[in-house]
Design a protein. Structure first.
Length: 243
């Protein structure tokens, strides 16, 4: 694949992830939706199916759709990011840039799909919750630990069973994400993906959302540093224990 093809593939895959993931959150928490109060497990399954769709779309590039996966592969010493794509720093920049752009676009599309519901009266924090994660109990150090552990599980399992997410299959990755959300997602909303949080948070800051309030930039570093750290640790540990 050319650099342009890698960028477009990862961008579209991540865009699909955020459109469906952000969409299920909007359906559950925004007023007057048919899925209103659908519950945490509906959100978990919605995100899992978003990953399922995103991995299929980005299959030819290895379907990272997550900078933590890209960083994990580098830390693991992988030779390829996807079929025939060398695992180099330059290619990592292309992957991560595409993931950030795709996440931003997916969040914008989710906003457009739910525009009339965003216009309804709701707590600003609820509207922000469609775009980005936030802690149930704000404690930056412990929130960071939660994100590191959740992302470690994601990347370590992927590396244990395949060379990249597309290699172990969309359904397996989707179920893994559902499991992480159900088991470890409660404290922070389980970003486990820096692009998934940063791209939509930027979209929240820029979009004309009625009564949106703050984008909570003081917390934004946690779902970036935590997943990147967890992904890198998973890459190193997988190198030591996978034969």
């Amino acid at each position: 694949m050319s650099s342009g093809q890698i960028f477009v593939t990862e961008m579209l895959g991540t865009m699909m992830l955020l459109l469906l993931g952000g969409g299920v959150v909007a359906n559950v928490i925004l007023p007057k939706n048919k899925g209103f109060n659908g519950g945490w497990l509906l959100i978990n399954f919605g995100w899992g199916l978003g990953v399922f769709a995103g991995v299929y779309v980005a299959f030819s590039s290895g379907a990272h759709i997550n900078p933590a996966v890209t960083v994990g592969l580098l830390a693991n010493g992988a030779e390829e990011f996807g079929p025939g794509i060398p695992a180099t720093a330059a290619n990592a920049v292309i992957y991560i840039g595409a993931q950030l752009v795709g996440a931003f676009l997916g969040a914008v599309l989710a906003f457009l799909a739910y525009k009339k519901h965003f216009d309804e009266e709701a707590d600003p924090a609820v509207k922000l919750g469609v775009f980005s994660t936030g802690p149930a109990i704000r404690s930056y150090g412990w929130n960071l630990v939660t994100e590191i552990i959740g992302t470690f599980v994601l990347v370590f399992v992927v590396l244990s069973f395949g060379n990249w997410p597309g290699d172990i299959g969309p359904l397996a990755v989707a179920l893994l994400v559902v499991g992480i959300g159900a088991s470890l997602g409660g404290p922070t909303g389980y970003a486990i993906n820096p692009a998934r949080d940063l791209g939509p948070r930027i979209a929240h800051a820029l979009l004309p959302i009625r009564g949106k309030g703050s984008s909570d930039w003081s917390y934004s570093w946690v779902p970036i540093v935590g997943p990147l750290t967890g992904g890198a640790l998973a890459g190193v540990v997988a190198t030591a224990v996978t034969f």
